[in-house]
Write a protein that binds this ligand. Structure first.
Ligand code: GLC
Length: 584
């Protein structure tokens, strides 16, 4: 072969080798990326996130009108980033007559002017993203406002095409509602509408008519709502009142229970309006919609499920429904009972069938932890203990604005000051939910730095003088700094992030202790929470758990001791004290 041809052949061979080598590298890179994707899928962000609920009316008023707004939230994003928050859930900010402060939606795909504009919202999402904070919207699926154009059409005539979008029925007899179903907010769940001579059904206020989820057009319209917000870059939804989406089409009366409720109605079991099996079909449909978007979107459900069986169903038999169903049983133990908390952690650990537990203690509907768990003397220690419980189990934790500074439920003292209608209906037994929705306490300035208005929509509690962000940031032993340290530990300790949960000292009625076991050979984390007023010294033998060391490395405690190592055969915990240590 002439020399120049030999060169040509050699060059050809070389380039072939190079290309095939390159192809192989490309293939390997693709495989590695695929593997990473797979790992990511197994390691969803929402399993490790700390989620923070914001009640926009009360977080930060930017324009000085006395009501919190979107720009106010944007203004405080640095605070949330420094606290260690990964995602914020915003309660409704859609156009609404505000009968139920936004949970009565007149337009699902717009922003209420009192909170700002869509451009403000887009900026919030962008600015949050720049700080690695995701935005989760509230999806009020069960009902709309009676001012929603859908309902206005529906009530206009019996033959209107949207008539069947809501639940209309004839009375049992003239002047008698179709059955005995009761509204969660008091009295009959049926409202008579003179114009068309029929009743419509409302699980909540009469101004919140229930959508008819059996109607395919309703389902499609609601799926489009999800798509609208996903297209704007949100990370998922907290779905309001999901267990109430469907009710018995045959309108059976609910069984009566003994006694009366705060509104003076007979107690009933909401047997025919809660947790109907059809709910799960709709949850799967919602999940399929959000799953079409990148970024591993999350669905969180509000549903005060009565037991672990109903709660576990929310995940879906193939984990194809809700990723994070709120565990109301855990939130509402309402006493410092180590036994009960242990039992509930066990229950969800064993029954979620691979689903991720989701714990919280506070939200916009219930008294704050400070009041429900505090004993009036050791409230700060108890708040720290509850924070440690929230932030050291396997469950994804959800906080509510102000719990990190120890905000106190401050209900109105006079009926004329009540804003929440259930407080007006149920006064004085039921004072409504204003008490847990008071403005965020930022500093010691006017209105605790929440608003420059002379009259914020709810009065700022007087406790703001001691309990506010600015004061607590400066105090190393404050509740706020305790939260920050716990959140930082949750991030930095592999065992707290990914470890399994193992209950310890199961018979102890006063102290809740557990191990978060490192999935690898590194440090595991021992958590000891003394739920009693007696100081204790605990002994732990962790050999069976694969821990051979005889001491725990100090990570965090209340009271703070700063000890370097604590012997495992004598771990001291003060009354209502907390100890978190690393063991191996
Ligand atoms: C949910 C909300 C609550 C609201 C109700 C009716 O329970 O959390 O605030 O009043 O639904 O929408």
């Amino acid at each position: 072969m002439p020399i120049r041809f030999r060169w040509l052949v050699a060059l050809l061979l070389l380039s072939l080798c190079l290309t095939s080598g390159f192809a192989q590298v490309q293939q390997e890179t693709a495989a590695a990326a695929g593997h990473q994707e797979q790992q990511k899928a197994n390691d969803s962000w929402w399993k490790h996130a700390v989620i923070y609920e914001i009640y926009p009316r009360s977080f930060q008023d930017w324009n000085g009108d006395g009501v919190g707004d979107i720009n106010g939230i944007t203004q405080r994003l640095d605070y949330l980033r420094d606290l260690g928050i990964d995602a914020i859930w915003l309660t409704p900010m859609y156009p609404s007559p505000q009968v139920d402060f936004g949970y009565d939606i007149a337009d699902y795909t717009a922003i209420d002017a009192q909170y700002g504009t869509m451009a403000d919202f887009d900026r919030l999402v962008q600015e949050a993203k720049a700080r690695n904070i995701r935005v989760i919207m509230d999806f009020v699926a069960n009902h709309t406002s009676d001012q929603n154009p859908w309902f206005i059409e529906s009530r206009s005539s019996r033959t209107n095409p949207k008539r069947d979008w809501y639940i209309w029925r004839d009375g049992k007899t003239p002047g008698q509602p179709p059955n005995n179903w009761l509204s969660w907010f008091g009295h009959s769940a049926w409202q008579f509408d003179i114009k068309t001579g029929q009743y419509y059904y409302h699980y909540f206020y009469p101004q919140q008519p229930d959508l008819n989820w059996r109607n395919p057009q309703v389902r499609e319209a609601m799926m489009n709502v999800l798509r609208f917000w996903m297209d704007r870059g949100v990370a998922g939804f907290r779905i309001d009142a999901v267990s109430r989406l469907y009710e018995d089409p045959n309108l059976h009366d609910d069984p009566l229970l003994p006694g009366k409720n705060a509104y003076g109605d007979p107690n009933i079991e909401h047997k025919y309006t809660d947790n109907l099996p059809e709910v799960h079909e709709s949850l799967r449909e919602m999940r399929q919609v959000v799953d079409q978007y990148p970024g591993d979107p999350v669905l969180i459900s509000e549903a005060d499920e009565p037991n672990i069986i109903e709660l576990a169903k929310m995940y879906g038999s193939k984990l194809d429904e809700i990723q994070l169903p709120m565990d109301f049983q855990f939130a509402d133990v309402n006493q410092l009972s180590a036994r009960r908390f242990r039992e509930l952690i066990d229950q969800i650990d064993h029954n979620a069938a691979g689903g991720q537990p989701y714990f919280f203690f506070n939200n916009h509907d219930q008294d704050r932890t400070w009041n429900r768990y505090g004993d009036g003397i050791h409230n700060d220690d108890i708040a720290k203990l509850m924070a440690a419980l929230l932030l050291t189990t396997r469950a994804t934790p959800q906080m509510y604005y102000g719990e990190e500074i120890g905000m106190v439920t401050t209900p109105p003292t006079r009926k004329e000051d009540v804003k929440d209608p259930i407080g007006k209906i149920g006064w004085p037994k039921e004072k409504g939910r204003d008490g847990e929705r008071t403005p965020m306490q930022w500093d010691t300035s006017k209105n605790a730095g929440f608003s420059t208005s002379a009259t914020p929509w709810l009065r700022v509690p007087t406790s703001y003088v001691q309990r506010n962000v600015a004061v607590e940031e400066k105090n190393p032993n404050s509740l706020l700094n305790f939260y920050k340290q716990l959140i930082a530990l949750r991030r930095s300790q592999r065992a707290l992030r990914d470890g399994s949960y193992q209950a310890l000292s199961r018979q102890d009625a006063d102290v809740l202790s557990y191990l978060r076991k490192n999935p690898q050979s590194g440090e595991s984390v021992l958590v000891v929470l003394n739920m009693s007023s007696q100081p204790k010294t605990l002994m732990f033998d962790l050999k069976r758990e694969g821990i051979s060391g005889s001491s725990a490395k100090y990570l965090l405690s209340n009271p703070a001791t700063g000890a370097v190592a604590v012997p495992l055969n004598a771990v001291p915990v003060a009354s209502f004290g907390t100890f978190v240590g690393a063991v191996r």
